[in-house]
Design a protein around this ligand. Structure first.
Ligand code: ATP
Ligand code: MG
Length: 640
């Protein structure tokens, strides 16, 4: 099979300019100048950002090494928590609100930076008193709550390595991750509210902990007040754990390249990888990208809807915003509970200014109608973002028109658990092209290349790679450095291989075409999944679509589409033919699906990404492999 280039068939969208008043007041109001200076000296941009933060000892040099092994700011000492909390205590931000949280049941909590510091110190002192410290691993298994952020920060403050496991995962998935990290402590909760019910976390935590001999203690936060089984000598309530602990806790001095956390990937393409990030570089990367991409100002109330079990929750709920001294909003629960108005009511009630969401959620809201958002006052919003999957132009335009009312720039941010921070997105003051993530962040050398590493011409698809390391780049896969080298550094010579397919247009805008593993080969044409799916979703009968390649004697492969219909639409052969023709008409005959299967659900990870490999395996009658990160609700049609 020829693996050099991909065909890109989707029409390039016209650029949408940011409103003039937005540009005039933007944090980066002269993006072109930033890009020019970053192109000249990519390290200078990171060094300038590092200089805006506090270090216990300065770096000897900005960058050193030879990928796959390298270090940022070697010789420097720091602690990300000092910058996320303590440095603000010395300024007017001491009494500024750092976190506002709304529980699904209406509960409410808010913390100023001073209050947050106190909570973090109490937990940090208590952990230290239990003999937990620098280099020890702590697994966190909780719902979206300030306490999860506090547990992350307390771990990092004492130099321990946190590993957050998404609260919706099963006992087995939790056990595997605790065992992989050889964690010494587990911090969990009795439960969390989700769609009107209490999701019991403690029974799963117990089942997992029983098989994890490395665990010395299990700390349990009382969120819901449900009855739980506590194991004598191992388990302790959070409130008892911190009772009597000191409100002063020294901040561990870390080398810039000491590990900060481990986080397992979504597992869309296979067995999840324990991605390891470090204090110094990750701090600089998340600090600067949050400030520039979200145009973050002290007056903003910023809401990233991601669960903290994912990297987005690490970089853009907790670390990036707090490093910037921002006020972060977080909410427990589902976007569609108690009704489709949850997000829009929340935006109106709190006056949210910046919303960072996912294409999956936006498509769900499109499907259920704009009456819901239209009932609420969304005029506080000034910037919108998306992450997690390619956003099809139709969803982008809906987000722009119905939510942003045409006033708010939309940043489509491409990045990965591995990258730690956003790598590709046009800055908000720059023109945006619906469906394209946009330009690389200043200082990031992204490229689209063929298998040999040669740049592809504009309009020609290939491998999305990054040519030089960036500060928040992963250090390794925890406990498996060989897998790290093999996964990211062998596919394309000398480059970090993202595993995604992409195409660049003549303006340098990058559009992600899907995952390399999912690329179809139809009669010698290599097609990404995104374009065909995007064409399908552009039809008003289609709410969501996933495309895979199935074997064909004549053409090698032909596209097969799985389609969820919009409300009120009925499946029929006529509609199937119409949709197939629609794809052929809008993007070309080569992309016409050979067959369409109408489904109620698509297999997705818990973070809302479509798992095409499951559709492929099922179609080919193969074993579906590791499904530990599958959302069981999303594969309801899977019958044994
Ligand atoms: P695994 O690596 O285990 O298969 P995963 O790749 O789903 O899991 P994440 O790190 O959570 O785990 O997801 C990163 C991937 O999400 C990217 O490689 C890309 O495929 C997709 N992605 C994220 N943001 C965007 C975006 N803005 N546009 C297009 N794709 C995106
Ligand atoms: Mg990945």
């Amino acid at each position: 099979m020829d693996e050099t280039a991909l065909d890109s068939i989707l029409e390039v969208q016209e650029a949408v300019e940011a409103p003039d008043d937005f540009v005039a007041n933007a944090v980066v109001s002269n993006p072109a100048a930033q890009r020019a200076s970053a192109a000249e000296d990519p390290e200078a941009i990171w060094e300038a950002a590092a200089n805006e933060l506090e270090w216990f000892r300065p770096w000897d040099t900005v960058f050193e090494g030879d990928p796959p092994d390298f270090s940022w700011f070697p010789g420097a000492q720091c602690n990300i928590v000092y910058n996320a909390i303590e440095r603000h205590l010395l300024t007017w931000r001491r009494h500024k609100v750092a976190l506002i949280w709304e529980g699904e049941n209406g509960d409410h909590q808010a913390f100023t930076f001073a209050e947050l510091a106190r909570e973090v110190n109490l937990l940090a002192s208590a952990l230290r008193a239990r003999g937990i410290g620098k280099g020890d691993r702590i697994t966190l298994y909780m719902g979206v709550s300030p306490q999860l952020a506090i547990a992350m920060l307390a771990s990092a403050k004492i130099g321990a390595i946190h590993s957050v496991v998404f609260g919706g995962f099963s006992a087995d998935a939790l056990r595997d991750r605790i065992q992989d990290a050889k964690a010494k402590a587990l911090i969990t909760a009795d439960g969390a509210y989700y769609r009107g019910n209490v999701v019991p976390l403690k029974p799963a935590a117990n089942a997992a902990a029983d098989e994890c001999p490395t665990l010395e203690c299990v700390v349990v936060y009382q969120r819901c007040g449900v009855e739980v089984e506590m194991v004598d000598g191992r388990d302790i309530w959070w409130h008892d754990f911190v009772a009597g602990a000191s409100t002063e806790a020294g901040t561990e001095v870390m080398e810039a390249n000491d590990p900060l956390y481990i986080l397992y990937t979504s597992g869309t393409t296979g067995r999840p990888k324990g991605i390891q990030h470090r204090h110094g570089g990750y701090m600089v990367g998340t600090y600067l990208t949050t400030k520039w991409v979200f145009d973050l100002k002290d007056t903003d109330l910023y809401w990233c809807v991601a669960d903290m079990g994912w990297v987005t929750g690490h970089s853009y709920v907790v670390y990036g915003p707090l490093l910037n001294g921002a006020t972060v909003f977080m909410a427990e629960g589902a976007p569609d509970y108690p009704d489709m108005g949850r997000w829009w009511r929340t935006i109106e009630r709190y006056g949210i200014n910046i919303l960072y969401a996912t294409p999956t959620a936006i498509r769900m809201f499109m499907r259920t109608g704009e009456e819901w958002p239209n009932r609420f006052d969304l005029s506080s919003l000034r910037l919108l973002g998306t992450v997690g999957e390619p956003i099809n132009p139709e969803a982008w335009r809906w987000y722009d028109r119905v939510i942003g009312k045409g006033r708010c720039p939309i940043v489509d941010t491409w990045w990965q658990t591995e990258t730690g921070s956003i790598l590709i997105t046009s800055l908000p003051a720059e023109p945006q092209k619906p469906g394209s993530a946009g330009l690389p962040f200043p200082g990031i050398e992204a490229d689209v290349v063929d298998k040999q590493g040669n740049p592809c011409a504009p309009g020609e698809g290939g491998w999305l790679v990054i040519r030089r390391p960036w500060p928040s780049m992963l250090a390794t896969i925890y406990g498996d450095h060989d897998r790290y080298v093999e996964t990211y550094w062998t596919a394309v010579p000398g480059c970090y291989a993202s595993g995604d397919a992409a195409v660049r247009d003549t303006d340098g805008y990058i559009r992600v075409l899907g995952r390399m593993d999912d690329v179809l080969n139809v009669a010698g044409h290599r097609l990404g999944t995104m374009e065909i799916e995007s064409a399908l979703v552009a039809h008003n009968a289609v709410a969501e679509a996933a495309v895979i390649g199935v074997a064909d004697d004549l053409k090698g492969q032909v596209p097969k589409a799985f389609v969820i219909l919009s409300a009120g639409m009925n499946a029929s052969d006529t509609l199937s033919n119409e949709l197939r023709d629609h794809v052929a008409r809008t993007i070309g005959k080569i992309a016409r699906p050979d067959s369409i299967e109408f489904v109620e659900t698509l297999p997705k990870t818990r973070s809302g990404k479509i798992m095409r490999r499951l559709l492929k395996a099922k179609e080919a009658g193969q074993d579906i492999g590791d499904t530990s990160t599958l959302d069981p609700m999303s594969f309801a049609d899977e019958e044994e």
